[in-house]
Design a binder for this molecule. Structure first.
Ligand code: GAP
Length: 496
């Protein structure tokens, strides 16, 4: 693992972002807890995501659904039969591994979706051995990643913890369609916990057994939506895409949206790629060279998808481009499956036609996105600074008296009390002002306000900007509005 990983991990643990769960007992592989800063930052990421994606259409809504699902529903969705990874076991030390990951470690290429016999043949050909004891590896076999739960006192009702939030939206689609305006598209978003019994959880929060997703399922009429989406507005826009045959090279090319459509992608799909790209480049301020979509070929893509591009962010702590989400065209796979198994009609009536809606899914791993922001934002070296967008910062503003005397402390404490009603503001009067700035820089606080002797004389305070370290004097009376403008703008005194 690159040492950059250790830097980000050390910041996380030391300052209160994230650490292994239950670590006083030695940890619990694949499970992590958020500390006070991580929990606040995660909340901020979630509200940015909700503002962006629910903002796309007034008919897109947030719902909240159960985590445990009965076997019948997950059988119909295909998860009972197909939600598998390839497990391989060492014949000597009995350690278990993911066959495709062992191959990937040797070839540096993705091997997801290989059938067991092909994986075994490759393992033999490349002489791949158990990474722990160098023993022979046994035959690989599919392993279902869902956690079973026995429901009821006798455990008679088989169920599973949900492996994705998406199913909650499919199961509730019909009710929401009726409760909303009986028109398509309908968007149902769910943010919440998912569970996957990963064979070998690794790379910290990249592969967890309990994790968070933010997913939007957009239900649409396949006969009409392509003509309704605002494609012309983005036709000339460049999207950063690595197609399946280019991915191994770690490259991506700029593709005008209209060229992607010429390659066969539906317009509705490309329009939403543009929305997602904007979210990363503009809202989350990911540098353009660190963002791309990566196509999954027929073998790699999830069993429910017709078109599947991962959303990837290049993270030095994880060794390169890594998946943080996906844009999935699931067709009527899920509604069709649930309709057949439940015998409940899930078609809706549109302009006198019976339509079984298709689904476009925008899917994001919250933990992976939080990690990606920490990776991109953390600058180490002489000065450690976490340069994250203001709207993500767990503590948006700190208030300091220049010195804890002459009434500066009382005045600053009163100011802090006022600001605290609006933001998670932090007050600190200990140590030199330079050290106090440095402590806030390391947790990403974009603005620090200092009360000094001039404040007592003329009612002004200084605001210091994290990224430029520039300072400006502003009136204490209008401080709240000044800060609101700065925080909303993302950075920059330029807006003052
Ligand atoms: N509903 C579609 C779906 O679940 P997925 O690609 O399996 O698709 C979506 O998962 C996102 O959830 C991934 O892009 C990733 O960000 C996150 N994710 C998946 N498995 C994860 C794991 N074991 N640990 C952390 N995040 C995970």
């Amino acid at each position: 693992m690159p040492s950059r990983y250790d830097d980000v991990w050390s910041l996380s643990v030391r300052r209160g972002f994230l650490w292994p769960a239950v670590d006083i007992y030695g940890g619990f592989a694949g499970f992590y807890d958020y500390g006070h800063l991580g929990a606040a930052m995660k909340r901020n990421w979630e509200s940015l995501w909700l503002d962006t994606f629910l903002g796309l259409d007034p008919n897109y809504q947030l719902i909240d659904t159960t985590i445990a699902l009965p076997e019948a529903a997950l059988k119909a969705s295909g998860h009972v039969d197909h939600f598998t990874d390839l497990l391989v076991r060492c014949t000597k030390c009995k350690e278990t591994w993911r066959a495709d990951h062992l191959l990937e470690d040797v070839t540096h290429e993705a091997h997801e979706g290989l059938p067991p016999a092909e994986a075994d043949a490759k393992i033999k050909e490349l002489n791949v051995r158990c990474p722990k004891c160098k023993g022979d590896l046994g035959p690989s076999q599919p392993f279902n990643m869902m956690f079973p739960v026995a429901v009821g006192p006798l455990g008679a009702d088989r169920a599973y913890l949900r492996p994705e939030t998406a199913q909650g939206a499919f199961l509730n689609f019909k009710r929401e369609f009726e409760a909303l305006r009986r028109r398509l598209p309908v968007g149902l978003a769910i943010l919440g916990r998912c569970f996957r019994n990963e064979i070998s959880p690794r790379q910290g929060t990249y592969r967890m057994r309990e994790f968070l997703q933010a997913e939007l399922q957009i239900f649409f009429d396949p006969a009409t939506w392509d003509a309704q989406v605002p494609f012309d507005a983005i036709a000339a826009k460049d999207l950063q895409v690595a197609f399946a045959d280019e991915k191994g090279k770690g490259a991506f090319a700029m593709n005008a949206a209209k060229d992607l459509v010429a390659r066969g992608l539906p317009k509705f799909y490309v329009v939403h790629m543009a929305v997602v790209q904007d979210y990363y480049l503009r809202t989350l301020a990911v540098p353009p060279e660190r963002f791309r979509f990566a196509e999954l070929d027929e073998k790699e893509r999830a069993f429910y998808n017709k078109v599947h591009f991962d959303i990837e962010v290049k993270q030095d702590s994880l060794g390169g481009f890594k998946e943080v989400g996906g844009v999935h065209y699931r067709t009527d796979h899920d509604l069709g499956g649930h309709q057949a198994a439940s015998k409940e009609r899930l078609e809706v009536s549109v302009d006198g036609r019976k339509v079984l809606p298709h689904v476009l899914e925008l899917s994001f791993g919250i933990d992976r996105n939080v990690w990606a922001v920490l990776d991109l934002a953390y600058a180490t070296g002489e000065k450690a600074v976490l340069r994250m967008p203001s709207r993500l910062a767990p503590i948006p503003v700190a208030v300091f008296p220049l010195m804890a005397k002459d009434g500066l402390d009382a005045r600053a404490a009163a100011l802090h009390e006022r600001l605290r009603r609006r933001w998670r503001a932090f007050y600190d009067e200990g140590g030199s002002i330079g050290k106090r700035y440095a402590r806030m820089d390391e947790v990403g606080t974009p603005f620090c306000v200092t009360v000094d002797h001039q404040t007592l004389a003329d009612g002004t305070v200084t605001i210091r900007e994290r990224d430029s370290t520039a300072q400006k004097r502003v009136a204490e009376a209008g401080l709240s509005e000044t800060l609101a403008a700065l925080l909303e703008g993302g950075t920059a005194f330029a807006s003052l």
